[in-house]
Ligand binder design. Structure first.
Ligand code: C2O
Ligand code: CU
Ligand code: CU
Length: 493
């Protein structure tokens, strides 16, 4: 069923039952437009705040990671109440861990509610993964200790308590986790001041500087979007660069907003990596579509811009359903004011991607809205976003996978009209096919943990469940969809 028809059929009387009193209130305030669209246009702030780059914490041992409530200068001259791992900032620690090392952090929850941390993209034991049911009560702590044994890449961390993931991540609890290895180091990629880790997230900020998080029912459908896009926790950042090659690791930590990233008409850049590290060969492109949860690793040569300035931008796109992709906007302003350092020669080969064994099983996951209200009785907390017509239930294991098996999973959004960035815990996969015109995208040619399944598309992935037994989840990384129940449990046995 299409979202529009769904909203029509629902009628006001059923709203309370389906979505709860909170949502009802905002529905009332909200104008429920008949086309069911909840796109929020981006408003560009003046690009006048310095870009802040998170402090690298290298190979941490027992790092004190305190999730707390604090005030941070998100917009100029205002103090915004946020959740953060850092006091007076939402620039959270950037962990850099060498492959083969052990990571450990002493986590303390001072968020005010139950919470935890999920290490997105890391292949670690189930007990360390931040499963949505493995939460820590407010005031409690937990010792995270795990070996880091995977390819170099740009991973990240965020809370994952079911039903509150969206709000807690939105309020500021997200950071980058970079794994480094020798293969990558040998490429001599731009580093130090020539490497920019960038975290994108959009917020709704009121005039007094407060962060709003109050999704209406339409916004549970579309996902919650804000008019202000923060880069590394700052609205309207500006950064001075030299006319040479920079490496950018970009994470889309937004709840629902998709970006079609680029540097403007006539410019190009080179993709070198995706979620799970380096691609086999560099890919020259002019745009890359990045959905929530995905990362991209790219090189951009600022000597191609003759005006002394450039912007990281988002261009219009067609893969966002009816609600997204209408608008072009700037995200980060660069002044090309510094003198050029040494040049950089791009190697023709970046890495070798180990081929996957043949799959012995295929599972299909149909992404859809609830088909019908009939037969569900009292809706209680049952969500509207489903996978295979099921809403997440922690008491139910939906799929059992044999450890060591290679499988193909098919995400079928052919009847849907919403984009779903689908994500698996516990593994990295390869994207082996996508129906429709766009096929497998250049940034999807390496290892991935999150893949955009646009409206109308069927996407196939393949992976080996080689490493850790236990319970993991597969879910949509549109965080409103996820909290609404668009998540299933699988167990590796
Ligand atoms: Cu980044 Cu289960 O999510
Ligand atoms: Cu994850
Ligand atoms: Cu979704």
């Amino acid at each position: 069923m299409k979202r529009r028809q769904f909203i029509y059929r629902l009628g006001v009387g059923s709203v309370t039952a389906v979505a709860g009193a909170n949502v009802l209130q905002s529905c009332m305030k909200h104008d429920m437009s008949p086309d069911g669209q909840a796109y929020v246009s981006v408003v560009e702030p003046p690009f006048s705040q310095p870009l802040s780059i998170a402090k690298s914490v290298v190979n941490p041992a027992n790092y004190p990671l305190v999730a707390r409530q604090t005030l941070a200068p998100v917009i100029k001259d205002k103090n915004t109440s946020v959740l953060s791992f850092t006091s007076n900032s939402i620039a959270n620690p950037l962990f850099r861990v060498d492959k083969g090392k052990q990571f450990s952090a002493q986590y303390t929850n001072q968020t005010g509610g139950k919470s935890n941390i999920h290490w997105h993209g890391l292949i670690i034991p189930a007990a360390m993964d931040g499963h949505p049911e493995a939460t820590i009560p407010n005031g409690g702590s937990f010792q995270f200790t795990f070996p880091v044994n995977q390819r170099a890449g740009t991973y990240w961390y965020h809370p994952h308590p079911h039903g509150a993931t969206a709000r807690q991540a939105y309020m500021g609890l997200a950071g980058m986790f970079i794994v480094q290895d020798e293969e990558e180091q040998q490429l001599g990629l731009p580093a130090g001041e020539y490497e920019l880790p960038l975290i994108l997230s959009d917020k709704r900020i009121s005039a007094d500087g407060a962060l709003q998080y109050n999704p209406s029912m339409e916004e549970v459908m579309t996902g919650f979007m804000g008019e202000t896009v923060l880069v590394n926790g700052v609205a309207g950042p500006y950064h001075e660069v030299a006319p040479t090659v920079y490496r950018m690791r970009i994470l889309n930590a937004s709840n629902a907003r998709i970006y079609n990233l680029g540097f403007g008409t006539g410019s190009s850049f080179t993709l070198i990596g995706g979620d799970g590290g380096l691609l086999d060969t560099p890919q020259k492109v002019s745009q890359v579509l990045l959905s929530p949860g995905e990362r991209v690793d790219l090189l951009v040569d600022f000597s191609q811009f003759s005006q002394g300035k450039a912007f990281l931008r988002s261009e219009p796109f067609n893969e966002g359903g009816q609600a997204q992709g209408r608008q072009a906007f700037n995200l980060l302003s660069f002044g090309i004011t510094k003198s050029a350092g040494s040049g950089f020669n791009l190697p023709t080969t970046l890495s070798t991607l180990t081929p996957l064994p043949a799959a012995t099983n295929t599972r299909t996951f149909t992404l859809d809205m609830m088909e019908t209200m009939a037969g569900h009785g009292s809706m209680g907390s049952m969500g509207m976003h489903r996978i295979n017509q099921k809403v997440y239930d922690p008491a139910r294991v939906d799929e059992v996978v044999k450890k060591g098996d290679t499988e193909v999973w098919v995400f079928d959004n052919s009847k849907g009209d919403e984009p779903h960035p689908m994500h698996l815990h516990g593994v990295q996969f390869r994207v082996i096919g996508r129906t429709g015109q766009r096929g497998v995208q250049p940034h999807e040619r390496g290892w991935k943990d999150t893949v955009l399944v646009a409206p109308g598309e069927i996407v196939k992935i393949q992976m080996t469940f080689a490493d850790h037994a236990g319970r993991f989840v597969v879910h949509c990384h549109n965080l409103e969809h996820e909290d609404d129940g668009m998540m299933l449990q699988f167990e590796i046995k």
